[in-house]
Write a protein that binds this ligand. Structure first.
Ligand code: AMP
Length: 138
């Protein structure tokens, strides 16, 4: 399977479609998921192309994991979370819908289930959650 440069996250990286940015460094970009399954649900992606865990280089994976760790700790603070769920889906059979490697960071609270997938969030709430994360990263 090859990388499609017209996938939606590649378009976000090129600034062709908007996103709620949370964090970026030279190698990675973190932004809010617009169909959040928990408050603060965000995504970490490499800035360089790869489809998923099956073709990612060790460098891409290491860079993403460093950012995941940074943002996950900020999310614990920002949302008073009790834990974090980290998800990654590879290929359609694995549940992947957008074919640019991404890791879901889902802040969790004890006893609270994840919300359903595929439900568009309230953009004002998502924006406010991005701001909370940014403040906690400060
Ligand atoms: P998956 O490939 O199964 O990990 O799912 C892709 C994820 O990307 C889903 O959680 C979607 O809600 C999310 N998503 C899709 N389009 C956008 C977008 N334009 N901005 C932010 N998140 C998105």
């Amino acid at each position: 399977m090859s990388y499609d440069p017209d996938n939606i996250f590649a378009k976000i990286l090129r600034g062709e479609i908007p996103s709620f940015k949370v964090y970026e460094d030279e190698q990675t970009y973190c932004f809010m998921d617009i169909m959040p399954r928990s408050a603060g649900h965000c995504l970490v992606i490499p800035k360089t192309p790869c489809r998923n865990i099956l073709d990612a280089s060790p460098e891409q994976l290491c860079a993403c994991m460093a950012t995941v760790s940074t943002v996950a700790n900020a999310a614990m603070k920002a949302f008073g979370a009790d834990g974090i769920t980290l998800q990654q889906f590879s290929e359609a059979a694995g549940g992947q819908e957008v074919f640019h490697l991404h890791f879901h960071i889902l802040p969790r609270h004890s006893g609270k289930s994840l919300g359903p997938a595929g439900v568009m969030g309230d953009m004002e709430v998502i924006k406010a959650h991005a701001e909370k994360l940014i403040a906690a990263l400060g």
